[in-house]
Design a protein around this ligand. Sequence first.
Ligand code: FAD
Length: 125
Amino acid sequence: AQGYGGAVSKAELGRCTWVLLHTLAAQFPERPTKQQQRDAKELMMLMTRIYPCKECAEHFKQVMKVNPPKTSSGPEFSQWMCQIHNTVNRSIGKPQFPCRRVDVRWGAMDCDGSACDLEGRPIRA
Ligand code: FAD
């Protein structure tokens, strides 16, 4: 659906979810607390249970079993997110994304000052 109204497709749901997940990973602290590490792992585990596309959730569960979340630093979490997205890409015939470019693609947010930042630091626009 473009704008408001219309049914949400599997592709649209997927695109929006990846925007959230990659942005969250790009903003994840360099040195996360134990709680933040647990939260990130839990978020990913929840996706395998309540993501509203049964086929995707089931598939994602298998992907995560082989490659469980790595959350000990922001860069590690971003790279992991890129890898699992690439695993999904491969399984549905989409091109691989070069993970060295993940920060260029997802590192910047369009926000006033530090409004979007988890830790209140100024971020790149
Ligand atoms: P998307 O794959 O949605 O990607 C959005 C943008 O992210 C791209 O335009 C690109 O700029 C960037 N990007 C692409 N790859 C990477 C990467 N590796 N790292 C960083 N950035 C990247 N669809 C199915 O048909 N079957 C499934 O089993 C399935 N499982 C899914 C599981 C999950 C958890 C999610 C979130 C989505 C799943 N989807 C599945 C949806 C699918 O992944 C796509 O979102 C959808 O097909 C739309 O694809 P797209 O071409 O718009 O780009």
